[in-house]
Design a protein around this ligand. Structure first.
Ligand SMILES: [Zn+2]
Length: 1067
């Protein structure tokens, strides 16, 4: 599978637990940062693909809720404004799609044949997308490099990085670009209409008239080039994508996915890696790159998408202004179908592992099938989605449970049905397997499938699956992804293969037909298992084995580079040296203010001056409990959180808390088994999750720390949800040793892959834990300290005495935690629903023990002894890239007082100085800095970075950069507007309610938010200089460095700077 896939766009067919595949995109969303606005490292880490939370959630999407959904068009009658012929377009088809409350119009551009889907509804979060079919013949990564490069300047926007300018200065709610194995997508979104059109214009100009096809330097910068400063030095490869893919190739999870995809599709484009194999990327020439753009980035090979409440005719005009200068032509870009084969095959490969501990079981073993080589009808797709959910969707699902219970491996591979490509495929397997057991895994999978085909699923499991899938379809909660974008991915999945794009949006009839078949007792799932899996011989077994000798895998590249250098004449070497310095000079020369003015921007007057307030009513309940209610339209869904103070839990038990949280839902209760409890959650709710939440509080010495119990259900089932929470909290069994042992192994595997693929989170968390008590609590429950704890716990649960201790620790946590005093309940729903829940909340609280109970612990204060020692540290793992973090605490070290302007400066610094030095010149995939407004931690991080010391130097020079900065009024305005875009990020109602809760917990008032907003809007160049003085302290004695890197590189730093850091071999 490719590393190139969107995770959220899962169709109805795959309404289930599945891989959240890595997407290759031009930048990493800032969401993935553990510090700053995200108070809980645990949450940030659990958001990592395949994370604990991610694993429990599933991504059905997209459907709109019933007719009253906020996005719904007010009527099913086509609006008068619709024209059948205008601006070079002809309307070919219209359809009112009730699932999304939208009119969907399919246009064709007369001159070029370009297709456009124009979706009309009341959603203010307007979305645009341009999609090109871009199949590949090799693994040089052309489409991926092109995806990066077209956003580096174009005909109308002749500057170096319009993309970054847009990040910096627009109000976008989404801005990125993504490469798939067979297509490239350019989506943007905004709630501000003018901003939306600005974004669309820049994107259209970028894809059709990019500078990169005439300017080799862009290709060299984003793709690859030789770097050489003088003849004596070693030759080097540099390039943003080159380095990004080195990071991807360092992750065994991703390597496994790639091998599976390549083995399943030996005959079509999917056998290659469109993201680029670092060993092959340097084979790519500029001429091939130019030809690829000329061939595929043409209107005749394009599909466009508009969605939202903007003027539908203006869309046509805007698009036509770009398309009209092209002539129609035949573009052969179709994706061949992989014919199903008749003999199963197996593949054995190796990945770079650390030398690890004795007897460590680390193989990946999986079985995968391509499900079909013909087009499936919607109902069959839907059936496969149900099947996928029933087999794997929850930890209690039979196939997933069988894999876990077998103890053949540490964790189930996050897989399931993947339907983003032309043909759907499925992957089932385990990682952390003893290589000697790999045949057993395959036998287990097939025998479990046979058993399920013969005996089927229980009626209660089916009922739970139906409820869960339907709930999520109707809730249409696309999280931070705009709903329009999620719908686009759904349509494109058919459209891109010349199939009917409308079928993917219309699932209601298929759903009810499928449901009635299930209800009638007809065996619909057994035949699916037999025909698509058991009797399908297009099956591949993949074994991926650890090889410590491959670690870092730099030897091959070194040889390659030596050979290349040896073959160069003196003249050629000089040319490389010249090119290196010319490129650097170009990269370091900023665009002039006049040039930058080409990027359209809003005015400050377009920005609302006041903060958006979430309606909140607060009520004191008995025993110091609080009820917060938010009257928001949620389409009959009730979102409810209960926050329990963690302070009564003794320090020594903290690292056990995350597993305690999982145990609550994964061991059964007094009256039901784990499977029964899971099914009840599925039947009655849209999901319940439990996790720790911690954060510093500005101006206070003590942080806050809570356990969050979060659930959602239809308003009519609120009593059932509260009953469930009650049973889970008070009667969860907490004594299932087998399940606990599995969770420990799973967590260990998850954390170990996390530190390789998201080293930035671990490095930043480690730094924060030296200075911020809230972060120290988080690090204990989610960072490297937690991994160390988990490793010892894995040994402890193996012996009976150890397990007895663990059991009593779990019970001690519950006893300490569960008291009604001070509990905060947070509810989000419309007023009518809220009023029906009020008294149930009181009953729920009354059933909890009071703090005056003889067993209760008094709340403690968190002790500074929990802080990590202040030191520089290298966390060493097998990897080809680095994650470099440096931080200090501006409140404590610099005496800095928070001012809203800090948000403007940090965003500006991230997208100018740091982006230029660390990404453009340095070749790292990403970098930024961020101030945590609660703790005062100011942290720089880099992501998939080839450098260490150079990056630190760039960080250290930040203050000087700010001091010497001259900022035109226009640029300052853009920086302010861009900051407002992040502050006013678009939120669905559950997010609004949750944000209000966190503000309450952290004591953030509306007055304070308004003050900060005023400060942001009033930011001046003086604020930039003042901030420079504050971050000077990061360079000075207060600054500390933590990097995730390889052992070799960590040691090479010591050669240059003895005692620079403590080398800590993690893997
Ligand atoms: Zn990329």
């Amino acid at each position: 599978m490719s590393t190139l896939r969107r995770g959220l766009s899962s169709s109805v067919a795959v309404a289930a637990w599945r891989a959240k595949p890595v997407r290759i995109a031009i930048h990493m969303p800032r969401l993935a940062v553990p510090f700053g606005a995200s108070p809980s490292l645990a949450q940030a880490l659990y958001r990592v693909p395949g994370g604990l939370m991610g694993r429990q959630s599933f991504h059905v999407l997209g459907a709109a809720a019933p007719a009253v959904a906020p996005a719904a068009a007010s009527t099913a009658t086509l609006p008068d404004a619709i024209v059948t012929k205008a601006h070079g377009f002809t309307l070919h088809r219209t359809q009112f799609v009730k699932e999304y409350g939208s009119h969907v119009l399919l246009y064709k551009h007369d001159k070029t044949g370009a297709e456009l889907i124009s979706v009309l509804n009341n959603d203010e979060n307007k979305t645009f997308g341009a999609v090109f079919r871009t199949p590949v013949d090799d693994s040089t990564g052309i489409p991926h490099i092109l995806e990066h490069s077209v956003l580096c300047g174009s005909r109308k926007y002749p500057i170096k990085k319009p993309f970054v300018e847009l990040m910096k200065s627009s109000m976008n709610t989404f801005l990125n670009a993504t490469t798939y194995p067979d297509r490239t997508c350019y989506p943007v979104a905004s709630t501000n209409t003018q901003d939306f059109y600005n974004l669309v214009d820049v994107y259209l100009d970028a894809v059709f008239h990019p500078r990169c096809v005439s300017d080799r330097r862009v290709f060299e910068q984003e793709g690859w080039h030789f770097e050489l400063d003088n003849k004596e030095e070693l030759l080097n490869y540099k390039g943003v994508v080159f380095n990004e893919m080195k990071g991807v190739y360092s992750s065994p999870d991703k390597r496994h996915h790639r091998i599976v995809q390549q083995a399943l599709f030996p005959d079509n484009t999917y056998r290659h890696d469109s993201g680029g194999d670092p060993e092959v990327i340097p084979d790519l020439t500029f001429e091939q790159f130019q030809q690829f753009h000329a061939k595929y980035y043409h209107p005749s090979n394009a599909r466009f998408w508009f969605y939202g409440d903007d003027d539908p005719v203006k869309r046509l005009a805007l698009l036509d202004s770009y398309l009209e200068e092209f002539e129609r032509r035949d573009v052969n870009s179709s994706v061949e179908t992989q014919k199903l084969m008749h003999t199963p095959r197996s593949v054995t490969e190796y990945y770079a592992a650390g030398d690890g501990e004795e007897g460590e079981q680390k193989a990946y073993v999986s079985v995968s099938w391509v499900l079909s080589d013909t087009v499936l009808d919607v109902e069959t797709e839907l059936g496969l989605g149900f099947l996928n959910y029933l087999m794997l969707g929850t930890p209690a699902a039979p196939l997933r449970k069988a894999l876990n219970d077998s103890r053949l491996g540490a964790a189930v591979i996050v897989g399931g049905v993947d339907d983003d490509l032309k043909q759907p495929f499925i992957t089932l397997g385990l990682k952390g397997v003893d290589p000697a057991d790999s045949d057993k895994v395959e036998v287990l999978i097939t025998s479990k499938l046979e058993e399920l085909a013969a005996s089927g699923f229980s009626a209660s499991a089916i009922e739970a699956a139906v409820n869960t899938i339907e709930f999520l379809l109707r809730e249409n909660n696309t999280k931070s992804e705009p709903r329009g974008l999620s719908l686009m991915h759904r349509a494109v999945r058919s459209w891109i293969y010349d199939r009917d794009p409308f079928t993917q949006m219309q699932w209601e009839d298929a759903l009810s037909s499928f449901k009635s078949k299930l209800a009638s007792g007809q065996d619909v799932l057994g035949p699916l298992i037999r025909s698509f899996l058991l009797n399908n011989h297009h099956r591949v077994t993949v074994r991926l084995l650890p090889d410590p000798k491959l670690a870092a895998n730099t030897a091959k590249e070194k040889v390659q580079l030596e050979v290349a250098k040896g073959a160069m004449t003196d003249e050629q070497l000089n040319a490389v040296i010249e090119n290196t310095s010319a490129l650097k000079e170009l990269q370091e020369t900023p665009d002039t203010p006049e040039a930058l003015a080409c990027i359209p921007a809003l005015q400050l007057s377009d920005i609302p001056q006041s903060i958006t307030k979430v309606p909140t009513s607060s009520k004191a309940l008995t025993d110091g409990a609080t009820l917060l209610s938010h009257d928001l339209f949620t389409n009959d869904v009730l979102y409810l959180e209960a926050a329990f103070d963690l302070r009564p839990v003794p320090d020594r038990l903290l690292p056990m808390v995350p597993l305690f949280c999982r145990s609550l839902t994964q061991m059964g209760t007094a009256s039901e088994s784990f499977v029964e409890l899971t099914e009840r959650i599925g039947r009655k709710t849209g999901g319940i999750s439990i996790y720790p939440f911690t954060s510093a509080v500005r101006g206070k010495e003590q942080p806050v720390a809570y356990i969050m119990v979060r659930g959602k259900a239809m308003g009519s089932k609120s009593a059932d949800m509260l009953d469930l929470m009650h049973d889970i909290l008070l009667t969860a069994r907490l004594d299932d040793r087998q399940r606990f042992t599995q969770m420990v192994a799973e967590t260990k595997a998850f954390m170990e892959s996390g530190i390789i693929s998201s080293g930035n989170l671990f490095a930043a968390a480690r730094l924060a834990a030296q200075r911020d008590l809230g972060a120290a609590l988080a690090e204990t429950m989610a960072g490297l300290s937690y991994l160390e704890f988990i490793r010892s716990l894995a040994k402890k649960v193996e012996n009976d005495d150890g397990w007895q201790e663990v059991k009593s620790d779990l019970k001690a946590i519950r006893l300490a935690l569960l008291q009604r005093n001070g509990v905060i309940i947070n509810m989000t729903a419309d007023a009518a629903t809220l009023s029906t829940v009020d008294h149930r909340v009181s009953d729920f609280l009354a059933a909890l023990p009071a703090a005056s109970a003889p067993t209760a612990n008094a709340p403690q204060s968190w002790s500074n002894a929990l802080l990590l020692p202040r030191t520089n540290e290298a966390l060493c793992v097998p990897t080809q890239v680095n994650y470099v973090a440096k931080a200090a605490n501006l409140f404590q070290d610099a005496g800095y007082e928070l001012n809203g302007s800090a948000y403007v400066v940090e965003k500006y610094l991230s997208s100018t100085w740091l982006w230029d030095r660390v990404r453009i010149v340095g070749g790292a995939y990403s970098t930024f800095c961020s101030l945590d407004s609660h703790s005062g931690m100011f942290t720089y991080v880099s992501y998939r970075d080839p450098n260490l010391l150079d990056t630190l130097e760039a960080y250290d020079d930040s203050a000087n950069y700010l001091r010497s900065l001259e900022l035109s009024k226009d640029e300052l305005t853009k920086a302010i507007i861009g900051t407002m875009g992040s502050i006013d990020a678009y939120q669905l109602p559950d997010d609004k309610g949750y944000s209000a809760l966190t503000q309450h917990l952290l004591g953030v008032t509306d007055e304070e938010r308004q003050l900060q907003r005023d400060q942001i809007l009033g930011t001046s160049i003086k604020d930039f200089k003042a901030f420079a003085d504050a971050i000077e302290y990061v360079r000075g004695a207060a600054g500390r460095v933590v990097a995730v890197t390889s052992l070799d590189k960590a040691k090479s730093v010591l050669d240059k700077k003895p005692d620079f850091w403590k080398v800590n071999k993690v893997l």
